[in-house]
Structure formats: C-alpha cells, structure tokens
Write a protein that binds this ligand. Structure first.
Ligand SMILES: *Cc1c(COP(=O)(O)O)cnc(C)c1O
Length: 434
C-alpha cells in the first residue's frame, strides 16, 4: 500500500490532533480553548523546543522529573548501549544486571537493603502501604491497617495513594472511593504543636496504625510548603516508640532536590520505607522503587507463598529504565553533583534577589534546588494566566495556586537562571497589572 507522505509537523496541526485524540493529565480540556497547548518536538538541556522553533526554558523540570537536561548525551549513550543488549525481561524468576546494580547502589545510598520496583510514584506508594500492612499481618498484628498522613500531603492519585493525599482538587471528586485514613497537622513554625498532635494520635491509636507517610522537608503539590527537618527526626522517634512504620515519600525530594541526596539525611534518620521515582531515571523513563530494611524483608521470607509480598507489575525493574537510573547515578558521582549544586544555589540566591524584593512577592523560600514564592494577585485564574504569559516569554512555569516556583534541571547555567529571573519578573508585572 502506498504510504501517505508524512506532513511536516507544525504547531497548529499537532495541537488540533492532540486535542481531538489525547486526553491530557491534570487538565480541564475545555480550558485549551483559551490556553495554549505546546507541541514539543525536541529537547536540549533545559530547553523544550516546539514545532516552529520556539524555545521554552523548562523551569519545572517537566513535572519535577528531569535532573540533567533533556536529551542528555551521557544518559542517551547508556540507553543506546542497553537497547542493543536487553530492553526488558520479566523480573519474576529472572534477573538482570541493570536491576541488580541499581538495587545495590540504591541500598548503599539509602541504607535500605531491599529494592522493589514499580513504574510510577503512585504505585511506589501503593507498594509501600501494602508492604507495611502485610508486614504487620505477618507479624500477627492484623488490626494495623490505617495510615497516617500530613495535612496537605501529596502521595499520588491512584485510589490507595489518593487515600493518603490531602490536596482537595485531586481528592474531593473521588472522596467516596477512598479509605478512611488518619490525618495529622502540617508542622507550622518549629513544629512543636504538630508533633504533640502526632504523639497523641500514636499514643491512642497505634494498635490500628500501620504507618505514617510523609514528604520529608517539603510538600511539593501543596505548594512547596517547607518545614523543619527536626519534625521528621522526632516523628521517626515517635514511630519507633509506638511500633508504627515511617514511610518517606521522596518521590519529589529524592536525588538531590533538597540539597542532599535524600531529604531524610537532613533529619539524620532512616525510614522503614523510602519511595523513589521522578528523578530516578533523570526524567527519561517511568520507574519507581521502594526500598526497605532487612527486618521488614525477613518478615516475608517463608515457605508459605501468602506470606510473600504479592504485587505483580508486568514491567517490574525494566532493564532500560534501570539503565537510565544507573547513568543518572553515574553523573551524580562523576560530577559531584550535590556539592556543585550547593555552590550553584548560593550564586543563584543572589540573582533571585529582585524577585524576593518585589512588592507583590511574599513568603519567599528556598531549599536545595527549589525556589518558591507567593504572588499577590486578584486574578481568579492566576496559575493559568501566569503559565500562558510565561510561555509567551519562553519560560515554562506552572504555579500552584498563587505559588510560583522554580525547580530547574540541575544543568541550568547561571546565565539561563538569570534569564529565568528576568522573564519571571516581567511575567509577574504583566499578570498583576492585568
Ligand atoms: C509526584 C509525586 C507522587 C506521584 O508520582 P507519579 O509518578 O506522578 O504517580 C507521589 N508523591 C510525591 C511526593 C510526588 O511528588
């Protein structure tokens, strides 16, 4: 059959076809009647490039996943090499070097020796919740089946993960489907009151609680809400004291985002479970991982199949995805990324001063490679307007409510960061004037 000539991609054509065939995430599709959809045809470092050659600085790392830029030559090379050897094989009954090496290296980095793989953040959370519950059941504590999470916490949007998520826009519509879990206050100020509330809850109800799940140091989806490491340190002590697991959801905070490899390091603690995803593959491929302790692992080790952990995911430990993760870890080591980012952030803090000082900006905050601030505006659809105006200025920013944040790929240069600050100032002025 003669094939039709491939039409050259252009923005309007791709947009029209996408709007008719693709259901986009986290989107009221009707809003695209007014707000732009950007067809990306190429990525290059911090830049995304559309079909007409317009360039957008990806200041949110494509939903917090990208670490070392788009089309990173080193990750590309590793993936091309892996493609010629093995793309994927089932991980039940089989194993392969990328999964083995990655598990070994993550164990060394986290102090948690057993790695279980999924393909996205929400499924990592599901896995951790199931493992915690199943551990207690295997240990004879069948009543421990509730989970405690923080007000404003975000742990993904599958039904189990959504049940420990407290972001109204994602949760409310599906509320009737969700298990009734327990919620404790977000640590305001030094966190003393929130800790007292957590202590009261655990003292009274630990017999029915399997685990506490937290995003250590910063709640991302709630609007980059930062809180003291001391809360996590003390929460760890309380969990240990009351026989409740601590699940650290480091899906966003992991891999250097908060200034250390993992946010838990700043609290000086080891959780019972750590959930990793997003940056794990440098933003290349869907992969997530739950790591846990020898003690928890041993509680499942038995002749009885039903005492084993039962979670079957077809793409568990995809060789390609694991290889992308290994290439990402190589970059951390070779380039001493954590130290380099620390220096970078110090310099960036000077350049961002005009935003901090802007009369419409308040609650400026910074941690590691995250900068966030609130913009005073009466604009009812502030986030969407801001997004659209920023796009016209070649910057991809997606505010959460009135919170604007920068979470750039770590490869962003000083010059690119200065450009980002300059354009953002112009966007603020344009949006608040409107
Ligand atoms: C993004 C995120 C998730 C969910 O990850 P997905 O891959 O989007 O399912 C869970 N927890 C936190 C803290 C996140 O930031």
């Amino acid at each position: 059959m003669p094939s039709a000539p491939t039409p050259t991609a252009n923005n309007a054509d791709l947009i029209a076809r996408s709007l008719s065939a693709v259901w986009h995430p986290c989107t009221q599709m009707k809003h695209h009647e007014r707000f732009p959809l950007v067809p990306v045809v190429k990525g290059e470092g911090v830049w995304l490039i559309d079909a007409e050659g317009h360039r957008y600085l990806d200041a949110v790392s494509s939903w917090w996943v990208n670490l070392f830029g788009h089309a990173n030559p080193r990750i590309n090379a590793a993936l091309k090499d892996q493609l010629d050897q093995l793309e994927h094989a089932m991980l039940a009954g089989f194993t392969h070097e990328p999964a083995i090496k990655l598990s070994e290296r993550l164990a060394k980095l986290t102090g948690l020796g057993h790695a279980f793989y999924g393909s996205d953040g929400a499924s990592a959370v599901e896995i951790a919740l199931k493992m915690s519950f199943h551990f207690w059941r295997n240990a004879g504590h069948t009543g421990k089946k509730k989970f405690v999470s923080l007000e404003g916490g975000y742990h993904g949007e599958t039904i189990g993960a959504l049940a420990v998520t407290d972001v109204a826009i994602f949760r409310d519509a599906y509320g009737p489907l969700l298990n009734n879990n327990l919620r404790v206050p977000f640590p305001q100020g030094d966190g003393t009151e929130a800790l007292a509330a957590l202590q009261r809850l655990l003292a009274g109800q630990a017999h029915e609680i399997a685990a506490l799940i937290v995003e250590p140091l910063v709640q991302g989806a709630a609007g980059m809400r930062m809180y003291p490491a001391a809360y996590v340190t003390r929460a760890r002590e309380l969990c240990t004291q009351h026989d409740v697991h601590l699940i650290a959801d480091e899906i966003m905070t992991g891999f250097g985002r908060t200034g250390t490899m993992f946010a838990c390091e700043q609290a000086g603690i080891r959780p019972d479970f750590i959930c990793l995803s997003k940056g794990i593959t440098g933003g290349y491929l869907p992969l997530s991982c739950v790591l846990t302790t020898d003690d928890i692992y041993r509680q499942f080790y038995d002749d009885d199949v039903t005492r084993g952990f039962l979670h079957s995911h077809s793409y568990t430990g995809s060789a390609l995805a694991c290889r992308a993760a290994l290439a990402t870890l190589d970059i951390f080591e070779t380039d001493d990324v954590i130290a380099a980012n620390r220096d970078k952030a110090l310099r960036f803090n000077q350049h961002i001063e005009p935003i901090r000082a802007h009369p419409r900006v308040s609650n400026f905050r910074h941690l590691g490679m995250i900068w966030a601030f609130d913009v005073a505006s009466k604009q009812p659809a502030f986030a969407r307007e801001f997004f659209a105006v920023a796009l016209k200025r070649g910057v991809l920013l997606r505010p959460i409510g009135n919170t604007v944040y920068f979470m750039p790929p770590y490869v962003i240069t000083e010059e690119e960061f200065c450009g980002l600050v300059e354009q953002t100032l112009a966007v603020i002025d344009e949006v608040v004037a409107a």
